[in-house]
Design a protein around this ligand. Structure first.
Ligand code: R5P
Length: 293
């Protein structure tokens, strides 16, 4: 059975890389936005009897989700044998409980929507916190790839790194990378009071003065987690490098972060961004080989 990969706008480069790595055809999907804001989706490549995958990173999910569901429906209507979703960045994972009365449980409802339209889901390091596994949310086979080894490969190339997690949730990424390369790690204590109101307690860093700090987080969104850590970083030692898996960078977060004088800002290409320096093509292609190859 043959396979075809389709790219949503914003995911073309990664989709092309994966299709080349696997020798699988890249189909043509055209999107048009009408003046009233509605979307037209057109699948221009025949898919009858084929396994298909849509690659769509889910930054700005509200603008993408409807066209994505339309595209999945059209692939099925055109006779595709299966329709999978590759979302290198999976949105709507952080509202994993009702933090205040009356709030919608969006992680669950978003997963419901995706599960009704796709046969499987592949993503990279989704924000799993109160739900431990994707299967607790998604009713389809859902694979969370972990880029720890890829990150470790990058960090191992740095001189005497000290891995720093900005909050307890980051322990999973930071601890794994630190163990792989035999470097020390420290996890800070963060309390969030609002979207852009974050407090972080930084312990005494004097024992690590000779180390190059690398702040590692899964998502850089408003940037205020990284920003607060950078602003409170003790003077006298090297400035931290900010390493984020998912380069969401809302509004002017990137520029604000640069102004706080990090040693650098580095992200993976799960979301295209000028800070991308860590390539996930191989990681994703290896998983898709099983599903499409
Ligand atoms: C927290 O739950 C996440 O792991 C990240 O720390 C958070 O999403 C970063 O968001 P922001 O850049 O808005 O501080």
């Amino acid at each position: 059975m043959s396979s075809t990969i389709f790219a949503f706008p914003g995911s073309e480069k990664l989709a092309r890389g994966v299709s080349e790595a696997l020798g699988i055809a890249l189909g043509t999907l055209a999107l048009h936005r009408f003046p009233d804001g509605e979307s037209l989706v057109r699948i221009e490549t025949p898919v009858a009897g084929q396994r298909t995958a849509l690659v769509c990173t889910l930054r700005d999910p509200d603008t993408r989700i409807l066209p994505l569901l339309f595209a999945a429906r059209q692939l099925r209507d055109a006779g595709a044998a299966s329709v999978g979703l590759v979302a290198p960045y999976l949105a709507y994972m952080r509202q994993d409980q009702r933090f205040h009365a009356g709030e919608a449980l969006t992680s669950v409802e978003f997963a419901n929507l995706i599960s009704t339209r796709f046969d499987w889901l592949v993503t990279v390091d989704p924000h799993l916190h109160r739900f431990a596994r994707l299967e607790e949310l998604y009713r389809i086979p859902a694979t969370a790839l972990h880029c720890g080894e890829v990150l470790a490969g990058y960090v191992a190339g740095l001189e005497r790194p000290l891995l720093v997690g900005p909050d307890s949730e980051s322990e999973q990424w930071v601890g794994a990378v630190a163990r792989q390369i035999g470097a020390p790690h420290v996890v800070l204590a963060k309390v969030r009071h609002g979207d852009r109101d974050v407090r972080i307690a930084i312990p005494d860093m004097a024992p690590y003065r000779d180390r190059a700090p690398v702040l590692v987080d899964d998502i850089i969104s408003s940037g205020h987690t990284m920003l607060t850590a950078l602003r409170g970083w003790p003077a006298g030692g090297p400035r931290p490098l900010c390493l984020g898996i998912h380069a969401v960078f809302a509004a002017d977060a990137y520029e604000e972060l640069l102004a706080a004088r990090p040693c650098g800002i580095v992200t993976t290409n799960s979301i295209p961004h000028p800070s991308n320096a860590i390539d996930l093509t191989g990681l994703i292609a290896a998983e898709l080989r099983h599903r499409l190859g």
